[in-house]
Ligand binder design. Structure first.
Ligand SMILES: [Zn+2]
Length: 927
């Protein structure tokens, strides 16, 4: 099951990976003071700041003066929650943050009603139409005697769960009273030790980021266990445990359990454990899951999970250890079951879906910011015994009813929107594997669409505004038929194409969109008061549309107003925002989009869709691409001068705004025409989209200097240690195949600093190796990329799929090992973490016949002894770089070019002049 959207809380502070995006955090600040109802300062309150558009979270705790401060917030609109013991959770929405500015939000807390202080009453929230067994599971811990029925005193009891070993040296295990005859939770209080050694080298390196060793050993005094496996039976039958009744610490056990229960329900919210348990209670043959909350001496916020159905976020991996701590948060390690490594099935291509959705028929209406909709879902179970279907669905959209094909009301689960609200449907009987079923889900809610003022709206849940398959990384490829009714002054832009012309009914318009016969991984829409401009590309026949908002969003208008007020009072702001508008740029934006599509068509094969809509969104710092629909940050359509005034220098110079369009358009190929298999393969989506941008730079800017500069900028992101990655050089943290896990509390933005640029560099290096001036330049590379898209069209690709394509198109120079394989390249650059340094010393002399003689020595360093690379040497005769040839260098060694005769004397020579090899440094010294 995947509950990707809410998991960012675990990675609090960190940028979480939202797919198919390009993000830049230039940074504003939010601060304020938290007080109680009488105005007294509240210290130690937890302030969580969530970006409305991306769900990215930042946290801060108030100091003794009740103050908090959150820095480095990407410009945008935020939701702020404040939690403190004894007070109700305070929520403030629509807090705007502007780059290089400080926003202030003071919050007066209200005293908590008794329920929040731990008095035993139910949560009292809307719970839909829950299954009775679920209700029992959900309320089990409420009873005062929940842990009083049985306990075991233990002496060196060992619980082994895959690579983890829990040794319960001495103490007591209290079991929660059984549900349907099965024990599903226990609490250990005593002395114990946990050890874990990950099974792979990459994972040993990953855990060492936190433990400074290739594994972990931790002493603990308590364990809270939740399980649907045989833990109870195992302990009961162990000679090292003695089952007893009663027990002096039963109420302490209950308290510890409820603490973790509350943590999961109210803070982490990425997995509704009762739903997960229910699914297994209804499928008795499954092996079951095991989860341990470890009350360790050094690390108090660790959670170990083993789930044969896959762990949220790192699925299809089944074993994981992570921390929800502020200073050590993130995935410490994640891997497959030991048996799978033995049998060779431990791959990221495992399908962890419980069911496959083939069709969504969504009919909805937008009223104000409210969505009222129904989704008729056609699906097929992929496993036996499926009764509980988990969905990925935005919590503030509330399910009203779920019906089966016969119109019978089905049980469903959806806790309150501030809790672990994962939506799940419970069938009365196990479904038949492979048979086709239909479900009709009716839902409505505010909060999925946000009104940013001036006819600017933003759809916050991009892939969960309809019930999406909970077992996928991103979405479940399906046919989408989407009909929406909306106020006629606005425009609704969908994915796919209009099925028929829009109709009008009184004050409403009705739009019918369809993906036709093409399955899409996700569907979405943009909505607002737009001005539309369009063109049809004469070469390819497809349509390009551009939608710009007629007015600026409120955050910009209020900024504009304060500038005007200041100037009216005589201040000189030097700002000339008066005529700021985004519609004026539509011509340029369309031309840019058209150019990008033409280039990508030529390099990767023809776009499979008949149209692309470029649409504006009232978010300053990110763009995102859905099939046929691109969301562009409105700031990309301001001119550089205005952006500089708003955001400081980087608003004008940062290449993000120049290249966000080409990047997002490239996602039509990298992300949609081919998807990615698991988080280990997502580097291709972001990396190749970033690479595609370099083609745009090369062909549209037509400036080799800009092209080199583009790659130099990428190189610096990869090799330079900056505060963005807490002073760690990004390339040393892990390989690109670690995906979002590269980012954690120790490494912060490592994902953004590595996956995008290094993913791009990997393809750039392959292109450069394949480049052959005499054989049409990029011909071979283009053939390979077109073949890649064609072979895997509308499928998810793995890193190994890509490797196979490169091997299929390998050229003699790339075949360093002379075995037609690219193992050498992939093990170094894709699965590895080394980056070499180069230096070249050279001399240029004149020969007796008036030509030039070059001698050079090229040194590779900073790598292990088997690291091999093809290193190109370029000459500049005054008209740009010309490649002379390439040398293969292995390990830390040097190669010499002796008495190379050139027709005339070059001005200079350089190694990898087009940044065609990623290097920590390149020095070229003329002697
Ligand atoms: Zn992207």
């Amino acid at each position: 099951m995947t509950y990707r959207k809410q998991f960012s809380i675990i990675l609090a502070l960190l940028l979480l990976v939202t797919p198919l995006m390009s993000v830049r955090a230039a940074g504003g600040q939010l601060n304020g003071t938290i007080t109680d109802p009488k105005g007294a300062l509240v210290a130690g309150a937890l302030v969580t700041v969530t970006a409305a558009a991306t769900n990215q979270k930042f946290t801060a705790t108030t100091d003794r003066q009740g103050r908090y401060k959150v820095e480095g917030l990407p410009a945008g609109v935020y939701l702020v929650t404040v939690m403190a013991k004894g007070f109700s959770v305070a929520v403030r929405e629509g807090i705007a943050v502007v780059d290089s500015q400080t926003a202030t939000l003071d919050v007066k807390l209200e005293l908590a009603p008794l329920a929040d202080v731990g008095v035993t009453i139910g949560t009292g929230n809307t719970k839909g139409n829950p299954d009775p067994l679920y209700t029992q599971l959900r309320q089990k811990s409420v009873g005062q005697d929940a842990f009083s029925s049985s306990f075991a005193s233990v002496n060196n009891l060992i619980l082994k769960r895959d690579a983890a070993t829990f040794t319960l040296k001495s103490g007591e295990i209290y079991f929660m009273s059984p549900v349907e005859g099965r024990a599903v939770a226990a609490v250990f209080i005593g002395d114990g030790e946990m050890t874990l050694t990950p099974p792979t080298e990459v994972e040993k390196r990953a855990i060492a980021v936190f433990t400074n060793e290739p594994g972990m050993t931790e002493q603990f005094t308590q364990l809270v266990l939740r399980f649907s496996d045989k833990t109870f039976e195992e302990i009961k039958q162990s000679p090292n445990a003695k089952m007893q009744a009663g027990g002096a610490q039963a109420s302490r056990a209950r308290e510890l359990f409820r603490e973790k229960e509350s943590l999961m329900r109210r803070e982490l919210r990425f997995l509704n454990f009762e739903t997960r348990t229910l699914a297994d209670l209804y499928a008795a043959k499954r092996p079951g899951y095991f989860v341990a909350f470890i009350g360790g001496r050094r690390w108090s916020k660790l959670i170990f999970m083993l789930d044969p159905l896959g762990i949220p976020f790192v699925s299809p991996e089944e074993v994981a250890l992570f921390s929800h701590g502020v200073s050590d948060g993130g995935f410490w390690t994640a891997f497959h079951l030991a048996d799978e490594y033995k049998s060779g099935t431990a791959t990221n291509t495992q399908d962890t879906r419980l069911f496959d959705i083939s069709h969504h028929k969504i009919e909805g209406a937008i009223r104000g910011t409210k969505i009222i909709a129904s989704d008729l879902i056609t699906f097929r179970p992929l496993l036996e015994d499926v009764r509980v279907l988990p969905f990925d669905f935005f919590p503030s959209l509330r399910v009203k009813s779920v019906q089966d094909e016969q119109g019978r009301e089905l049980h469903f689960i959806q806790e309150s929107k501030d809790e672990d609200a994962d939506f799940a449907v419970v069938f009365p009987d196990a479904l038949e594997k492979g048979k086709e079923y239909k479900l009709n889900v009716q839902y409505e809610g505010d909060g999925a669409i946000k009104d940013s003022g001036g006819g600017n709206f933003i759809l916050i849940p991009r892939s969960s505004w309809y019930p999406n398959n909970g077992g996928t990384q991103f979405g479940d490829r399906a046919i989408f038929d989407v009909t929406f009714r909306y106020p006629k002054g606005n425009t609704f832009v969908g994915t796919g194409a209009l099925a028929e012309a829009e109709t009008q009914d009184g004050d409403a318009k009705i739009a019918k969109w369809t993906s036709g016969k093409t399955e899409l991984a996700v569907a979405g829409f943009n909505y607002g008061k737009f001005k539309k401009k369009e063109l049809t590309d004469p070469d390819s026949g497809y349509g390009l549309e551009f939608y710009a908002n007629e007015e600026l969003p409120a955050e910009m208008r209020s900024l504009q107003r304060s500038i005007e007020q200041a100037e009216a009072q005589g201040a000189v702001t030097g700002t000339t925002l008066g005529s700021m508008s985004t519609t004026g740029m539509s011509g340029v934006a369309l031309a840019d989009a058209q150019n990008a599509v033409r280039i990508y068509n030529a390099y990767f094969g023809k776009l499979a869709y008949t149209r692309i809509a470029m649409t504006q969104q009232p978010a300053a710092g990110f763009g995102q691409a859905w099939p046929t629909l691109v969301y562009m940050p409105y700031t990309a359509y301001l001119d550089a001068t205005q952006r500089t005034q708003l955001m400081g220098l980087r608003g004008g110079t940062d290449t993000f705004w120049q290249y966000v369009g080409p990047h997002e358009i490239a996602h039509q190929w990298w992300g949609h025409m081919v998807g990615w298999t698991s988080y280990h393969d997502q580097w291709m989506s972001e990396g190749f989209a970033e690479f595609s941008t370099s083609l745009y730079v090369q062909y549209v800017r037509k400036d080799l200097g800009k092209f080199i500069e583009f790659w130099e900028d990428q190189r610096k992101q990869i090799v330079e240690a900056t505060p963005a990655t807490k002073g760690i050089k990004p390339y040393t943290i892990g390989p690109v195949t670690q995906g979002f896990r590269l980012s954690n509390a120790k490494t912060r933005a490592a994902y953004q600093r590595l996956v995008y640029p290094k993913g791009a560099y990997i393809l750039h290096m392959i292109r450069m190796m394949m480049y052959d001036q005499r054989a049409g330049g990029d011909t071979k590379f283009r053939e390979m990329m077109t073949d890649f898209i064609k072979t895997h069209y509308n499928k998810d690709v793995s890193t190994e799929d890509f490797k196979r394509i490169v091997e299929k198109h390998i050229t003699p120079v790339m075949d360093i090992d002379k075995n037609k394989r690219m193992d050498w390249f992939f093990s170094q650059w894709v699965y590895g973490t080394e980056v070499p340094a180069y230096s070249m010393d050279y001399t240029i002399a004149s020969s007796s016949d008036g030509k030039a003689i070059v001698n050079a020595k090229i040194t590779q360093s900073g790598v292990s002894k088997d690291f091999a690379m093809l290193v190109p040497v370029y000459a500049d005769y005054g008209k740009g770089w010309i490649r002379l040839g390439s040398a293969t260098i292995v390990g830390n060694s040097a190669t010499e070019l002796n008495n190379l005769k050139l027709p005339q004397a070059p001005k200079r020579l350089a190694v990898a002049a087009l940044n065609d090899v990623l290097a920590t440094s390149i020095e070229n010294n003329k002697r």
